[in-house]
Design a protein around this ligand. Structure first.
Ligand code: C2E
Ligand code: CA
Ligand code: CA
Ligand code: CA
Length: 278
């Protein structure tokens, strides 16, 4: 792991503020967490709205701190990104997710892994993906990489090349948090991706606000015309399912269907739990 000069700089500031102090402590903790294997992966199910069956899981990291208990990624991912520790943590996540998915009973289920733009290094990323697949024996078709729009702002040839190389291995590329970032539609045909995840902030207001409904409907239409699958994330209630189904959304993920947890194997959306007519 490499250490940025910035964290060293903070260390020697006499009037270090509370936030800088907190981040410094998180950084020191993360180095220990890597060394003593304190990370864990939880898996949140993703279902198809077409046949109501389980299609895979998104891997979500947790830090099992020896005294503080479970720490959420919202607390430490940005520190990991700023300090460069995301490279080692991201590599751990990728290898662990591939290894665990290879052991799942149902060999058709996919595993989706979050990739921070800060861990995305052209060439190296490609090599790391290849190694994780090889050492786990996971079928590349079962691996999905979730990237965000911010990775594409730079629009460097190296990023395109790397994504194309990963994609040509058979790995699925998903655009996470769609609609929250830079949102330039111009990148859409330059990058090889197979899936769009509509951000939770849109799903939250679905059915409550006509503007949001129109945005979600048009993202789903966009997916159709680009021939990419659409996942709705953060689905929490049945009204949202009714609307998403009517709009032609392909996949759903959210607390309504399951919180991040242990892998349970083949499941179907329990239609008895949904209102009649779905
Ligand atoms: P994300 O990639 O957008 O992941 C979805 C987040 O939404 C997860 O939070 C998940 O638990 C939460 N979620 C899922 N369904 C619902 C729902 O119905 N309602 C609500 N309110 N929340 C829901 P989590 O696990 O705390 O992760 C937060 C973020 O941390 C992730 O957002 C992702 O950006 C980052 N993250 C998590 N694991 C990793 C990782 O392994 N690597 C990297 N680079 N980032 C990660
Ligand atoms: Ca994600
Ligand atoms: Ca997301
Ligand atoms: Ca998010």
């Amino acid at each position: 792991a490499k250490h940025s000069g910035r964290s060293t700089f903070f260390w020697y500031q006499p009037e270090m503020d509370a936030e800088a102090q907190r981040r410094k402590e998180v950084e020191a903790g993360l180095i220990k967490a890597l060394k003593y294997d304190q990370f864990d992966l939880l898996y949140q199910p993703q279902f198809s709205l077409h046949d109501n069956t389980l299609k895979g899981y998104e891997a979500l990291i947790r830090w099992e701190h020896p005294t503080k208990g479970t720490i959420s990624p919202d607390v430490f991912i940005s520190v990991a990104e700023d300090t460069g520790l995301i490279e080692d943590i991201g590599d751990w996540v990728l290898r662990r997710a591939c290894r665990e998915a290879a052991e799942w009973h149902d060999k058709t289920l996919r595993v989706a892994v979050n990739f921070s733009p800060a861990q995305f290094k052209a060439g190296e990323t490609q090599r790391k993906v290849a190694r994780a697949l090889e050492e786990s024996g996971l079928d590349p078709k079962r691996l999905e990489i979730e990237i965000t729009e911010s990775l594409l702002i730079a629009d460097t040839d190296a990023v395109v090349e790397t994504l194309e190389a990963i994609s040509s291995m058979g790995v699925t590329i998903a655009m996470d948090d769609f609609g929250t970032g830079y949102s330039s539609l111009s990148y859409l045909n330059r990058f090889p991706f197979n899936k769009i995840k509509i951000d939770r902030s849109f799903i939250k207001n679905l059915g409550k606000d006509a503007g949001t409904d129109a945005v979600v409907t048009s993202i789903i239409g966009l997916g159709r015309s680009l021939d990419v699958l659409i996942t709705a994330e953060g689905v929490e209630n049945q009204d949202q399912v009714v609307l998403l189904r009517a709009a032609g959304c392909d996949l759903v993920q959210g607390y309504l269907f399951g919180r991040p947890g242990a892998v349970k194997g083949p499941e179907v959306i329990d239609e008895r739990a949904l209102p009649a007519g779905l």
